[in-house]
Design a protein around this ligand. Structure first.
Ligand SMILES: [Zn+2]
Length: 197
């Protein structure tokens, strides 16, 4: 099997001090760097929103973390984060980005959020990552990164649905854990056939 490490959104805005900080988000960076050596390929994802993105509460004059109904389904309204070209959207400065074979950006469509590295939140618009992995013969994925219960979760479930052999290294992830979202994510990933390590 050809095994890739898929590191999700290890960006300043998801680390302490960032706009959408995940508690302990910076604690996983060193471990991710160390883990990279053990894989055939390393892929990084980068949340990458235009200003005024439809997933931002400010765009709707709505409360932070409130829910709204989008044409594609329910959507959490987040603080402004990971705006294209901003410091917040940059990778954590300690992350060894030179080791990455591919950096794939997501969330650039103003109308659709993209938690998953594979599909936007309409669950049909592909990011192109599946094609990249398949044409390289990569069939096994280990996911790490931020946040366990959103972008890691959605990416892992989509990868499993697409037929990849998927595991999530929970020690190298950190969660937002909003309204029971971490437990729900763990159950959902396990039900989809994702190995939680
Ligand atoms: Zn985002």
């Amino acid at each position: 099997m050809t095994h890739a490490l898929l590191a999700i959104d290890v960006q300043n805005d998801f680390c302490p001090g960032g706009a959408l900080a995940v508690a302990g988000g910076d604690e996983i960076v060193a471990g991710i760097n160390t883990a990279m050596a053990g894989f055939d390929a390393v892929v990084l994802t980068q949340d990458w929103h235009p200003a005024g993105h439809s997933s931002f509460a400010s765009t709707h004059n709505a409360a932070l973390m409130s829910m709204t109904e989008m044409p594609y389904g329910p959507q959490v309204l987040w603080p402004d984060h990971c705006i294209q070209g901003s410091t917040g959207a940059a990778f954590h400065s300690d992350l060894q980005t030179n080791r990455a074979d591919l950096i794939i950006r997501k969330g650039y469509n103003p109308e659709i959020d993209s938690y998953s590295a594979f599909f936007e939140n309409d669950k049909t618009t592909p990011t192109g990552l599946e094609g990249y992995l398949r044409t390289r013969g990569i069939d096994k994925l280990t996911l790490v990164g931020l946040a366990t219960d959103f972008c890691v979760n959605y990416s892992a479930v989509d990868a499993a649905k697409l037929g990849f052999d998927v595991s999530v290294n929970l020690a190298l992830c950190r969660a937002i854990d909003f309204d029971g979202s971490l437990d729900a994510a763990k159950s959902g990933m396990a039900a989809a056939g994702v190995t939680l390590a």
